[in-house]
Design a protein around this ligand. Structure first.
Ligand code: MN
Length: 231
């Protein structure tokens, strides 16, 4: 980066995630999210879970939330949790072959794809973009990352979410319709992937609404956990 550059207004900080056991932060470039990647969730949302091509939307990097306190957002009465494994890329590229895709992965984390379901539903009905339902402030609570060099690449790992101590979502990353290497390869045919990109890999069944005061506790076994209170 050019250190001599001067800006006409102050630039915003680079969104970044802590890494377990490592000094320094992981700087986030983009956040890609896959839709309907677990068959039981596709069915609960009223869709056919057959293996149609994956589809993606994005959240903004500065939608990441690290404080553990999720402020109930504006303009909605129906905010839903979606627990997801997060993939963090150390390398990018275009047209990355499936068999080389895992070479791009820096590590993994646990994230929540918080969703204004009422607004998303209206946008679906009107055939409009999902952004107002998905890419709002603090819509991406995320855990620290853990390097793949420490844990490998999870292919069998239980994923669950409790709200106020009650199990709401339960699955396993082995139930993903599109596996991590396939998602990286597919995305790299649509976008130039970059170091710092995150991929939220989809959610198992059981999504639902939260209210102020609720505490969400999500786990991806062997990767990490995340506790977020709705305030
Ligand atoms: Mn999601």
């Amino acid at each position: 980066m050019d250190t001599d550059v001067s800006y006409v207004i102050d630039p915003q900080p680079i969104p970044a995630l802590p890494v377990r056991g490592v000094e320094g932060l992981f700087p986030v470039h983009r956040i890609y999210c896959v839709g309907r990647n677990y068959a039981d969730h596709a069915i609960e949302m009223g869709h056919d879970p057959s293996r149609e091509p994956p589809f993606f939307f994005q959240k903004n990097p500065d939608n990441l939330l690290l404080t553990g306190e999720f402020a109930y957002p504006d303009a909605t009465k129906d905010v839903h949790y979606e627990i997801e494994m997060v993939v963090a890329l150390a390398k990018g590229g275009r047209d990355i072959p499936v068999e080389r895709a895992l070479e791009c992965v820096y590590g993994y984390g646990v994230g929540l794809d918080m969703t204004r379901r009422d607004l998303q539903g209206e946008m679906k009905k009107l055939g409009r973009p999902w952004e107002i339902g998905k890419a709002f402030e603090h819509s991406a609570p995320c855990s620290e990352l853990v390097p793949a060099s420490a844990i490998g690449h999870p292919t069998n790992a239980a994923v669950w979410l409790d709200v106020n101590g009650q199990r709401r979502q339960s699955g396993d990353v082995n139930q993903m319709i599109w596996k991590v290497p396939e998602m990286i390869a597919y995305l790299s045919g649509l976008f130039e992937l970059r170091p710092g990109d995150l991929i939220m890999t989809g959610t198992p069944a059981g999504v639902g609404a939260v209210q102020r005061g609720d505490v969400m506790h999500g786990v991806v076994e062997g990767v990490g956990e995340l506790t977020v209170r709705v305030v």
